[in-house]
Design a protein around this ligand. Structure first.
Ligand SMILES: [Zn+2]
Length: 259
């Protein structure tokens, strides 16, 4: 034990006197990686009036970041401008930053113009629930399918997310529950699908299809900042509920990020 001279104690006491006591160490804030889908040359889906998924996803991500921060979380982003980022790199960025959660934001598209509502996905190691959506969202992988790099990466990445599937499902259910409350958003339920962007995440990870950009009414809503703020509020409530129901997760520290 180190003995400090009494004069030092006296000085500290004087400094502390009359001030608000401060905690010795600030508790670590939970960090959420927010991933706006697509970007750059990869515009994603397009609405009937021309709204691009990459633009709407970035706007929603910014709103989500603000709400998360207001709720006491730290928000980090895979992109905060119109940049293309390969799918594999997005989860790796979350791992490298030690994120506690990974939330990828997208807009759905369907041939049926009437299709509407939110869908929240977590990773399926098999075929999953919705092959059309998967084909569209996996198009921006940035690695040629079948190349040796992609095979090795996919095996390692599957191992990374595999340990978190239960937590990812809980997170998906919590977020879907809040999105269902949004007026005008139909319940579509939680789904499982083999999204590449989720595979490498060494933390609970979900992909949210916020609304159907292919539906003219939902495309208009997505252009409205008030609607985006409501979506962000719902997502943030889902995150809060998830952490309230679980103790969060510390298992990611065992899996580790890239070397
Ligand atoms: Zn997308």
């Amino acid at each position: 034990m180190i003995r400090l001279p009494n004069v030092l104690f006296a000085t500290f006491s004087l400094l502390a006197w009359g001030q608000t006591p401060k905690p010795i160490a600030q508790p670590l804030r939970l960090r959420v990686m927010v991933d706006p889908g697509h970007g750059g040359d990869d515009g994603g889906a397009k609405g009937p009036r021309g709204l691009k998924e990459k633009v709407a996803a970035l706007e929603i991500a910014k709103a989500v970041g603000l709400k998360l921060q207001a709720a006491g979380f730290e928000a980090v982003f895979t992109r905060d401008d119109d940049t293309f980022i390969p799918l594999w790199d997005r989860a790796q960025a979350a791992n490298a930053q030690g994120a506690d959660l990974f939330i990828s934001l997208h807009l759905n598209a369907a041939r049926a113009k009437a299709a509407r509502g939110s869908e929240v996905f977590f990773l399926s190691l098999g075929k999953g629930d919705d092959e059309d959506v998967v084909a569209v969202e996996n198009a921006g992988a940035g690695v040629a399918p079948g190349s040796p790099d992609s095979v090795v990466a996919s095996i390692l990445d599957d191992l990374a997310q595999k340990a978190f599937l239960q937590d990812s499902e809980r997170l998906a259910v919590a977020i879907q529950g809040q999105l269902n409350r949004l007026a005008g958003i139909k319940e579509r339920g939680v789904k499982q699908a083999p999204f590449i962007v989720l595979r490498g995440a060494a933390m609970p990870a979900v992909l949210v299809e916020v609304a159907f950009i292919s539906n003219p009414k939902e495309e208009e809503k997505l252009k409205d900042a008030a609607f985006r703020a409501k979506v962000a509020e719902a997502l943030t409530l889902g995150v809060r509920r998830y952490f309230a129901e679980t103790n969060g997760t510390v298992r990611r520290r065992m899996v580790g990020g890239p070397g």
